[in-house]
Design a protein around this ligand. Structure first.
Ligand code: ADP
Length: 394
């Protein structure tokens, strides 16, 4: 049996995990991917598929075995050790927040774990869930090296200006900064562009990660220059259940109406965006299939604000050499890419309907002033690569 790298991406209600084989040339090959979803509900369920998409396991888990992320991690760990007949060489984790300074993945020790815990107030809904499996593995299988890979790290190349809001300096000094997120996805795209589109890879590229969460990043020479997301994953473009741009006065108004902090937080993270606007769903497929005027309104809003946010990033780089769509919506919906690009006609950007329907890689016409592309993201692979690299260094 070859050595393996395990990648874990833990959220509040699900743990996603991916296992990679390490071959003789130290290359990574996906072996399986799975998720335990419904954590803390009456119907937790474990699903695992091999690299060819064949189901390895699909079964209900007793709610008492997965009431929270730490217990759910034990279920995943037990299944994996049974399946593997051993332990992985190392585990890489997606950790949303690396704070203002961590610009690279790190091997986890007690000091690092304590430091990552101090970032919990910056990402209260995500950071504790990301850290819970790390703690479980450290307690139960302390000999396994673990690596934390941060969504914020890729954006630590931002300038002082991009890192700021127009707020008093003292807020900046205590951490109110524009951290930016989806960095693992952007890092993968930067890497992939060097392999597949070397002519533009070092240029000024706007990448739109359109998934459940939505953001865009402009990079130059493969490094992030600016991002639409800032202090939290709420800022910027409209998302499945988060609003994106919002006058902070709206939050003050909510407070004046008597809404508590938790009610406002729940609304901003779970009830806004496409779900709030349409009143139907956060899933773009459902909105595209719907004839309801509210679904059409939500899709129009999405296309307009995403288009605006993407080209706006070009101010940071004084130009755009290429545009890339990625993630669930960006990779799969020709209709939404078309709707976004219709706002760019005045810039001479044109999509080719056939290329767009084939999902690229190039989806713009030959005479489009800026080339537009679709590139599939792979955040898990970036985590596995970093984990292997750090373990080998050790
Ligand atoms: P996550 O951020 O959860 O990893 P993904 O990148 O997988 O999300 O994107 C999930 C979203 O992608 C879904 O909510 C769905 O709206 C959208 N999506 C997936 N396939 C399609 C499709 N064929 N057409 C439109 N939207 C799609």
């Amino acid at each position: 049996m070859s050595d393996t790298i395990l990648v874990i991406n833990a959220g509040s209600s699900s743990i996603k995990f991916y296992l990679y084989d390490i071959d003789d040339k130290h290359e990574l090959a996906p072996r399986l991917g799975g998720q335990l979803e419904g954590i803390g509900t009456t119907h937790p369920r474990l699903r695992v598929r091999d690299a060819a998409g064949e189901t390895l396991v699909e079964r209900d888990i007793a709610p008492s075995h997965a009431p929270d992320v730490p217990n759910a991690q034990e279920v995943v760990g037990t299944w994996l050790s049974g399946h593997l007949g051993g332990a992985p060489l190392a585990v890489g984790h997606r950790v949303v927040h690396g704070g203002p300074d961590l610009s690279e993945p790190v091997l986890i020790d007690d000091d690092i774990l304590a430091r990552l815990e101090t970032f919990t107030p910056l990402a209260p809904l995500h950071q504790p869930n990301n850290l819970a499996p790390i703690r479980v593995i450290r307690e139960r299988r302390p000999w396994i090296p673990q690596v934390a890979c941060f969504d914020t790290a890729f954006h630590r190349s931002h300038s002082d200006v991009a890192d700021r809001y127009a707020l008093p300096e003292r807020l900046y000094l205590v951490g109110v900064r524009r951290y930016g997120f989806h960095g693992l996805s952007y890092e993968y795209i930067a890497q992939r562009l060097k392999q597949t589109l070397p002519d533009i890879a070092m240029g000024k590229i706007v990448v739109a990660h359109l998934g459940s969460g939505v953001s865009a990043c402009v990079m130059h020479q493969g490094k992030s220059v600016d991002s639409t997301m800032g202090f939290t994953a709420l800022e910027g473009l409209p998302m499945g259940t988060r609003p994106g741009r919002l006058d902070p006065g709206v939050v003050l108004w909510m407070m004046e109406q008597g809404m508590s902090h938790d009610e406002i937080e729940h609304m901003l993270y779970h009830d806004c965006g496409m779900k709030g606007l349409s009143g139907i769903s956060n899933d773009m497929r459902e909105l595209l299939a719907s004839n309801a005027p509210s679904a059409k309104l939500a899709l129009k809003y999405f296309a307009w604000r995403v288009a605006e946010g993407m080209v706006g990033l070009g101010c940071a780089t004084n130009g755009i050499d290429g545009i890339v769509f990625t993630a669930g919506v960006g990779e799969n919906s020709a209709e939404i890419r078309q709707a976004i690009s219709e706002h760019w006609g005045w810039l001479g950007i044109k999509l080719d309907p056939e290329r767009n329907a084939r999902h690229g890689p190039r989806i713009s016409t030959d005479d489009s002033r800026i080339g537009v592309y679709v590139v599939r993201t792979n955040e898990e692979l970036v985590i596995a690569q970093h984990t292997l690299a750090l373990v080998r260094q050790r």
